[in-house]
Ligand binder design. Structure first.
Ligand code: CMP
Length: 141
């Protein structure tokens, strides 16, 4: 069954600092994910806290939000067949020590916190996360 989906992707500060946007985008495009919206932004700490609100009770919440506001990020919408799961496979496990070889996190991530990319984990989350950064007019398939 064909399931075309949209998912939110973020190229995180550790990756933008190291000028890895193009290399990461190439992984998406090689796997037939289309980048249908993309912009570079710098979040305030408050904006990072709102985005990651679901994690607010986790011990790493403050460190995570400080990191996400520490440098520009690239937010993007990826479209394609089973895009949500496909993107998670391309990213690899949250902890780079557990990520399969060839994945973005295995190749580029520094640590579980500075893990280069974020991707939505479900269709419901994808809808909310895309709406946090983009208006419908900005999604250009
Ligand atoms: P992400 O997919 O952006 O979603 C939540 C983030 O929290 C996750 O990637 C990690 O970067 C971060 N995270 C998860 N576990 C830890 C941890 N134990 N220490 C620091 N950061 C973490």
């Amino acid at each position: 069954m064909s399931t075309q989906q949209h998912t939110l992707s973020i190229i995180k500060p550790d990756a933008t600092r190291r000028n890895l946007t193009g290399k990461i985008n190439s992984k998406f495009e090689s796997a037939d994910l289309r980048i249908i919206a993309q912009k570079r932004v710098q979040l305030s700490k408050l904006q990072a806290e709102k985005f990651y609100e679901v994690h607010k009770d986790r011990p790493f919440f403050d460190e995570l939000c400080t990191f996400m506001a520490s440098a520009p990020i690239v937010v993007q919408v990826l479209a394609g067949e089973n895009a949500i799961l496909k993107n998670r496979e391309i990213m690899g496990a949250t902890d780079p020590a557990e990520a399969l070889s060839g994945t973005i996190r295995a190749e580029f991530a520094n640590s579980i916190g500075e893990n280069s990319v974020h991707g939505s984990d479900s269709a419901e989350t994808a809808t909310q996360e895309i709406a946090y950064f983009f208006s419908g007019l900005e999604l250009v398939g």
